[in-house]
Design a protein around this ligand. Structure first.
Ligand code: NDP
Ligand code: GDR
Length: 336
């Protein structure tokens, strides 16, 4: 077992929760950055949390925000992590068209605030940047570490900035700073407004008679969908390398949104034609048509390879949604 200390920004998100699980299982002490909100936003990590007064509690949460560089500096100074996983971001592509400036500040400048905090404290830690396949945008598939970026949204443009500033701190200051260029990865913990979770949730609810229709936008976009728990393992592997490098993480397969809809609805015993409606509000001003990642460098250098592909992922997600719903035999008055 290792006695390392890690810091995770975005620990309350999908990836942060799986990464915290992984690092705790490896014996790390994990410090997570959380935003103050008027209601609790820690549902994804509540099962990992122990009262800090308990001896042996190794998950510690700290208030902080990517907008607040001085807080990042003082936290790093105090916690002295040896690995920093920077996952926090305004991560929704469609929302980034509505809030481009906020997205630039959080998703783009948030990264340089954290890197600068590391540089100023002189901490010899390793840094992981959550880069995205969205940076490839219009570049045709397959996309690898050598594919040029052509971002198609304020989110993707902010991630391109964050990618390059990470490389710049590596080159300028010799920092161990890496970019994981992760293609879409999903799970039952995915945010409810991302398309896979939205579809899986609707399939379960329609099958149980709790919802009639599902409203979607562009069904023809193609994505390379993998399974989130496998992807956080790749993040960790990148920081264990002898030398820093950037890696694509993907399954190498692509499916359309329509395909994913078919996988979920078939598993729930439903016909999409009877329940799916188009709503233009879910279209984007500019779309990313087709992503297929080439993760051969990660397989070669990190010994990382995926095992869950989109059809199985869809079944995992629908089953999780069905399990979340009250059992059909439970009388309505007994449901909380
Ligand atoms: P989520 O949207 O589930 O989680 C985002 C996290 O960032 C949450 O913990 C959120 O906190 C936190 N956050 C947002 N804004 C701030 C802020 N201003 N200060 C501090 N924390 C903030 O994202 P995922 O887990 O899916 O993704 C993790 C990272 O990986 C993101 O950077 C995303 O852009 C990137 N990525 C994701 C991919 C995917 O397919 N999932 C693929 C490629 C990259 P709160 O809970 O309070 O909202
Ligand atoms: P994406 O994920 O934009 O790829 O970004 P999302 O699930 O939002 O969209 C995937 C594709 O589905 C189409 N789509 C819809 N999308 C949503 N959200 N809602 C709908 O109703 C709908 N109908 C069709 C979209 O147009 C798109 O083509 C995710 C995020 O996690 C990013 O943070 C991450 O960087 C990338 O994946 C890789």
């Amino acid at each position: 077992m290792s006695a390392k200390t890690a810091m995770i920004t975005g620990i309350t998100g999908q990836d942060g929760s799986y990464l915290a699980e992984l690092l705790l299982a490896k014996g790390y002490t994990v410090h997570g950055l959380i935003r103050r909100s008027s209601a609790f936003n820690t549902q994804r990590i509540d099962h990992l949390y122990r009262d800090p007064h308990d001896t042996g509690a190794r998950l510690v949460l700290h208030y902080g925000d990517l907008a607040d560089g001085s807080r990042l500096t003082t936290l790093l100074e105090r916690l002295q992590p040896c690995e920093v996983y920077h996952l926090a971001a305004q991560s929704h592509v469609r929302v980034s068209f509505d809030e481009p400036e906020f997205t630039g500040s959080t998703t783009g400048l948030g990264t340089v605030r954290l890197l600068e905090a590391i540089r100023m404290t002189g901490l010899p830690c390793r840094f992981y940047q959550a880069s995205s396949s969205e940076m490839f945008g219009m570049s045709p598939p397959p996309q690898s570490e050598d594919t040029p970026f052509h971002p198609r949204s304020p989110y993707a443009a902010a991630k391109v900035y964050a990618y390059w500033i990470t490389r710049n701190y590596r080159e300028a200051y010799g920092m161990f700073a890496v970019n994981g260029i992760l293609f879409n990865h999903e799970s039952p913990r995915r945010g409810e407004t991302f398309v896979t979770r939205k579809i899986a949730r609707a399939a379960a609810r329609i099958a149980r008679g709790e919802q009639e229709y599902l409203y979607l936008g562009n069904l023809e976009a193609r994505r390379d969908w993998g399974y989130a728990p496998e992807y956080v393992d790749a993040m960790w592997r990148m920081l264990q390398r002898e030398r820093p490098g950037d890696y694509v993480i993907a399954t190498g397969t692509s499916h359309s949104v329509r395909d994913f809809l078919g996988f979920c609805f078939e598993h729930a015993g439903l016909d999409p034609d009877q329940h799916v409606r188009f709503d233009e509000r879910y279209l984007r001003p500019s779309e990313v048509p087709d992503l297929i990642g080439d993760a051969s460098a990660a397989e070669r250098d990190l010994s990382w390879r995926p095992s869950v592909y989109a059809p199985e992922l869809a079944r995992i997600m629908v089953d999780a949604e069905l399990a979340r719903l009250p059992h059909p035999s439970t009388p309505v008055h007994a449901r909380s």
